[in-house]
Write a protein that binds this ligand. Structure first.
Ligand code: AMP
Ligand code: MG
Length: 347
C-alpha cells in the first residue's frame, strides 16, 4: 500500500477515528439535531431533539403508547373501556392509573375548576366529533349534575370504579403529563437539549438551546394570528388554554372546548387565554385549564395561595389586557407590534 502523503494523513486518521467512534459508541450522533412532526393526541406535534435518531424514535414511540392509554375516543383504550363499564371496576395500565391519580389531585386542589368528568358535556357540544350543537338549558342542567370528579374511585393499585352517567376524559392533562414522561426518558439518555412542542401550546423545553441561550417561545395573541409576547424558557414546561384553540360559532356566538363544570357550558370567565409555566408539564396543562375556568381574580388568588405548586401565569383577558405573575417579570416580553400593550405584574 503506498504511503499516504503528509497532507492526506491527518484527514485519513480523522476519518478512521470518526468511523471507529461511530462503530463503537455512535458518538457522532450525540449532538445531532433530529426533528419530526407527528399527529397524536388529536393535535400536530413538533419534536426536536439534539441527540441520536434513537432518542427521537423513542420519544415518538412513547407518545403513541401514552396516547393509546389516555384516549377517551379510541375503542381499544383503557379509558374508553372504563367509560363503558360504569358500575364495574376496571384495571388500568400503570401510566393511565398514574395520570388519573395525579389528575384527581389537581381536581381537588382547584376545587373542581378542573374536573375530569366533564366529558359528557364535552361530547354533548360536539367537541369529540366535530358535529357541533348548542344543547338546551334542560340538557345542560342534567349534564352538570353528572360532572363530579369525587365520584371516581381509584383504589390503591390501579383499579377504578365510576358510577352510571359519569365519564372520564384526561384531555386537559394528557399532553402535559406526556411531556413529563418524555423529559425524564430523554434526561436519562443524557439529552441536554430538546424542544417538544406537543401541540395546542403544550411545550416542554429540556435544557437550553445548544448554543446555551434560552428557548424563546411565542405567546399567541388570542384575538389574532400573531404572537403577542415572547417567553424565555430553560428546562421548563409551558401550557396554554384558550377559547381560540378549539371552538365553533352559531348565531354570532363563539363556543369553545373548555367547560365550566358548574354549568356544563363553555367557561366564560372574562379570560381569552391562560399560560402556565412550571417545571411540571402536568401542572402547566391541568392548571391552565383550571385557571381559564376560574378567571383572573380567582385565578390570581389561587396562584397566591398555592406557591408550593411552583408555577407562574400569563393571563390575557377578553379585552386584551395582559397580567403576569411576578416570577415571569424577567422572562416575558411583548412581541414586535404589541409594545404599547400594558402588562400588569401580579405579586
Ligand atoms: P386544555 O386544552 O388543556 O385546556 O384541555 C381542554 C380539554 O379538556 C377539552 O378538549 C376537554 O376534552 C377537556 N375539558 C374541558 N373542560 C374541562 C374542565 N373544566 N376540566 C377538565 N377537562 C376539561
Ligand atoms: Mg390543560
Amino acid at each position: 500500500m503506498p504511503a499516504l502523503t503528509r497532507a492526506r494523513r491527518p484527514l485519513a486518521l480523522a476519518l478512521a477515528g470518526a468511523m471507529l467512534c461511530a462503530l463503537l459508541t455512535g458518538c457522532q450522533q450525540k449532538d445531532e439535531k433530529n426533528e419530526t412532526t407527528i399527529f397524536a393526541m388529536d393535535t400536530v406535534m413538533n419534536l426536536t431533539v439534539w441527540g441520536g435518531q434513537e432518542a427521537l424514535d423513542g420519544v415518538v414511540a412513547a407518545i403513541y403508547d401514552l396516547e393509546r392509554q389516555f384516549s377517551a375516543t379510541d375503542e381499544n383504550s383503557p379509558i374508553y373501556t372504563l367509560n363503558h363499564s360504569a358500575g364495574t371496576a376496571v384495571e388500568l395500565p400503570e401510566a393511565a392509573a398514574g395520570l388519573l391519580d395525579q389528575a384527581l389531585q389537581l381536581c381537588r386542589v382547584t376545587g373542581g375548576a378542573l374536573d375530569i368528568t366533564a366529558y359528557p358535556a364535552v361530547k354533548a357540544w360536539g367537541f369529540t366529533t366535530g358535529d357541533y350543537r348548542v344543547p338546551s338549558q334542560t340538557e345542560l342542567d342534567a349534564l352538570a349534575c353528572h360532572i363530579d370528579y369525587s365520584t371516581v374511585r381509584l383504589e390503591p393499585g390501579s383499579s377504578v370504579l365510576i358510577p352510571e352517567g359519569v365519564e372520564v376524559d384526561l384531555g386537559a392533562v394528557a399532553k402535559g403529563y406526556t411531556g413529563d414522561v418524555l423529559a425524564e426518558e430523554l434526561k436519562a439518555q443524557d439529552v441536554a437539549s430538546a424542544l417538544l412542542d406537543l401541540g395546542q401550546s403544550s411545550i416542554l423545553a429540556i435544557g437550553a438551546k445548544p448554543d446555551g441561550s434560552p428557548w424563546r417561545i411565542g405567546i399567541q395573541d388570542p384575538a389574532g394570528e400573531g404572537y403577542l409576547g415572547v417567553l424565555k424558557l430553560e428546562d421548563m414546561a409551558m401550557g396554554t388554554s384558550g377559547g381560540y384553540q378549539r371552538y365553533f360559532e352559531e348565531d354570532g356566538v363563539r363556543y369553545w372546548h373548555i367547560i365550566d363544570p358548574d354549568t356544563a357550558a363553555p367557561a366564560r370567565s372574562g379570560l381569552a387565554s391562560v399560560t402556565v409555566v412550571s417545571p411540571s408539564g402536568l401542572t402547566c396543562d391541568g392548571l391552565s385549564t383550571a385557571l381559564f375556568v376560574m378567571g383572573l381574580e380567582e385565578g390570581t388568588a389561587f396562584w397566591r395561595a398555592h406557591r408550593s405548586l411552583e408555577f407562574d401565569v400569563i393571563f390575557i383577558t377578553d379585552d386584551g389586557s395582559v397580567f403576569i405573575t411576578s416570577g415571569l417579570e424577567e422572562s416575558f416580553s411583548l412581541a414586535q407590534g404589541y409594545e404599547d400593550r400594558e402588562v400588569t405584574v401580579l405579586s
